[in-house]
Design a protein around this ligand. Structure first.
Ligand code: ZN
Length: 252
């Protein structure tokens, strides 16, 4: 989410201050990421682990251990032509001139914490409020969940953010994105019944449950499936719902 209004009111103020300080030095920044939902954080955590790419975070969505989930952090990028090729779009994360360090220093000058100072994973675009320490442990201990924390924010912006967070939580619960199946075998097509209580899942990873299935639930497969870890996950229809069921839970 790139909506600065979803952030803690104090951080919104500091952000406005930072923009001014930057522009005095001829630096233009934009905001890349503000409040992050649990699902978004999980997707990031998967990078370099179960998904391709490099590891970018040590914070799992379900642990609420990213400051982004608490609305007290944002990531910035550069809206400047750093390499002098007449374009700004290719320099969003170009730190050849240590511009990120300059912004980091300006942020620190107004009492913010800069991710470029971190030891484990240096995060040069990252800036956060210092009020609760570097990590989320104090926030977790005191408020439990980001939603509860956001309800304590003063003024309308905090309220709006709390509503946004709740809405996105609802959305990630109901509208689980269904993975697409990777293979096809016409011999697998047909009607099945579940052999036991199991779940219609959104994917072969732990991407969530679309619907619980009772024993004997009637299911249609059109031959699409994904094979993973020696198991076959059939892509099926259950009433109007779609998702995956492990083949061992099904009989034709
Ligand atoms: Zn960040």
């Amino acid at each position: 989410m790139r909506d600065i209004k979803a952030l803690h009111p104090d951080l919104q103020k500091k952000y406005a201050q930072l923009i001014k300080l930057c522009s005095k030095k001829g630096i233009t920044i934009g905001v890349a990421e503000c409040l992050r939902t649990k699902a978004e954080q999980d997707a990031l955590y998967a990078k370099g682990r179960t998904a391709p790419g490099k590891i970018v975070t040590n914070a799992k969505g379900s642990n609420y251990s990213s400051m982004h989930q608490w609305g007290v952090a944002f990531d910035f990028y550069l809206k400047m032509d750093i390499d002098g090729d007449g374009q700004i779009s290719d320099d969003a994360y170009n730190n050849a001139k240590k511009t990120f360090n300059q912004v980091g220093a300006l942020a620190k000058s107004i009492g913010l914490e800069w991710g470029g100072d971190w030891k484990s994973i240096k995060d040069i675009p990252h800036i956060q409020l210092k009020d609760w320490g570097s990590t989320t442990s104090k926030l977790k201990a005191k408020y439990g969940t980001p939603e509860k924390f956001m309800k304590t924010w003063q003024g309308t912006t905090g309220q709006a953010a709390a509503t946004t967070a709740e809405k996105s939580k609802e959305a990630s619960k109901s509208a689980k994105r269904i993975e697409s199946a990777q293979s096809f075998d016409k011999n697998l097509a047909g009607s099945y019944k579940t052999k036991c209580k199991c779940y219609l899942m959104a994917g072969t990873r732990s991407t969530g449950i679309v619907a619980p299935l009772g024993k004997g639930a009637e299911i249609q497969c059109y031959g699409y499936y994904t094979a993973k870890n020696g198991k076959k996950y059939l892509y099926v229809k259950y009433g109007k719902k779609e998702g995956f069921v492990t083949s061992t839970n099904l009989k034709k």
